[in-house]
Design a protein around this ligand. Sequence first.
Ligand SMILES: [Zn+2]
Ligand SMILES: [Zn+2]
Length: 357
Amino acid sequence: MYDVVGNLHLHTTASDGSGTHDEVASAAVRAGLDFIIYTDHNTWTNGVEGWYHDSETGRDVLRLMGQEVNDQNLEPERNHLLCHFVCSDLNGVAAEPQDLIETVTGRGGLTFLAHPIEFKGHRDVELYPWVSWDISGFTGVELWNAMTNVKYRLKNVAIGLLGSYLPNWVLSGPFPEMLAKWDELLANGEKVVAIGNSDAHAMPITWKIFTRTIYPYEFCFRAVNTHLLLTEPLEREVDRARRQIYNALKSGRCFVSYDMIASPTGFIFTGASGSNQEVMMGDTLTLQSEAVLRVHSPHKAKLRLLKDGKLLKETRSTHLEWRTTEPGVYRVEAYRRYWGQQRGWVFTNPIYIKKGE
Ligand SMILES: [Zn+2]
Ligand SMILES: [Zn+2]
């Protein structure tokens, strides 16, 4: 398998970010990303998609255009929806979240609920959670949004500035409430794909005489990302590469990782049942008497296997194996110690085990 890493939620000067499209792409190249998807608020920009060549490093990154569209009926704006692979402006096309999900799906796109659960560290911090849960047909959820960690830690401007000097202190993992919400959604029997992103804005903040850009793009792109598992290397031809990324995201052949802790490349979660059925994360496995689930990690970690949100096995190792005769939704979490505490490192999409005929 080929591990292709990208960030699918970030902002530029086209909305409330501080970097131009090119500056953001250069930062992505320096951080080693393979692709980025721009998601400015209610904004579509023509002519940006394609490979970006960074002359300083001599490396390239694939740029795609998406949008983050908020519910037009709510003030403050809530229900932020990441709309990917729709090559046209979605601003104002649908007022209600369900209408928007259906519009994007109808135009061949994918939809992810952005930062669905947020907590504030300070009373003045504005939150933009997902509030309309009577929805269906969306592709997935943003399980880990790095900026939600920042908002929670931001007790005041001084701590915000301190956090900007010690950014790794701030990022801890997806909120337990978000993991529980994902498990609840998965319990409905539908595939719900998890992704992880930076939501990078790289905004300068000022306190007394100090001004500093908090969470610059390059730092963000070395932190929380989405890794896709492709059967072929990412194509150079843009439409074919877009299709590869689309397919991996739609099928859930991807995992969320905090890359700065350790490179997760080589992390795999597979399942097998019977003599000729082998699947990976995101796939459905049909039970033939017994299934074997296997996890391999490129680094020793606290590996946790969960079924329907409940812990089945926890081990500190590079391997985990589990035999089961039970249908259910199986997923894996990995934690590693970093900057003085256990932090979330890898969160895989599930293997869905279904009863055989
Ligand atoms: Zn948002
Ligand atoms: Zn955003």
